[in-house]
Design a protein around this ligand. Structure first.
Ligand SMILES: [Fe+2]
Ligand SMILES: [Fe+2]
Length: 136
């Protein structure tokens, strides 16, 4: 059975701009997973991964800009996490280049990666930003 990331309200951090981007990220991950389930050529899989990486980098930059704008106290820890998350993706991309990874392998990786990102530091940061916005 082919598994993808089912978007649910549990993923929401309640900041519209970030939620829209996270939703797009989930869609892009699903594109990679579907390509894998359909046994598309490796080049196509790596291309979708490359597009995803670019989007993630842009997303992290926009989060970092928001955090800086509102003087978020845990900015540097959050930025460090982004660096680790990008490195995890780069490692996975290298592994995908070297081996033919199963769709289940990719699903476990991306499910953990996405949940780890959206559920941890982003959920902690969003209420601070929301409060700062309403105070303006
Ligand atoms: Fe995020
Ligand atoms: Fe983040």
């Amino acid at each position: 059975m082919s598994q993808t990331i089912d978007w649910s309200d549990e993923y929401l951090v309640r900041l519209d701009e970030i939620d829209v981007q996270h939703k797009r990220m989930a869609e892009m991950i699903n594109n990679i997973l579907i390509a894998s389930y359909k046994h598309r050529p490796k080049e196509e899989l790596l291309e979708t991964m490359e597009v995803f990486l670019k989007y993630v980098k842009w997303h992290f930059q926009s989060e970092e800009l928001i955090m800086k704008m509102y003087d978020y106290p845990d900015f540097s820890e959050h930025r460090d996490e982004h660096v680790v998350l990008i490195n995890n993706l780069l490692d996975k991309k290298m592994e995908m280049e070297r081996k033919n990874l199963s769709a289940n392998n990719l699903y476990s990786f991306f499910f953990g990666w996405f949940g780890g990102h959206a559920f941890s530091s982003d959920k902690a940061m969003a209420p601070f930003i929301s409060k700062s916005i309403t105070r303006l």
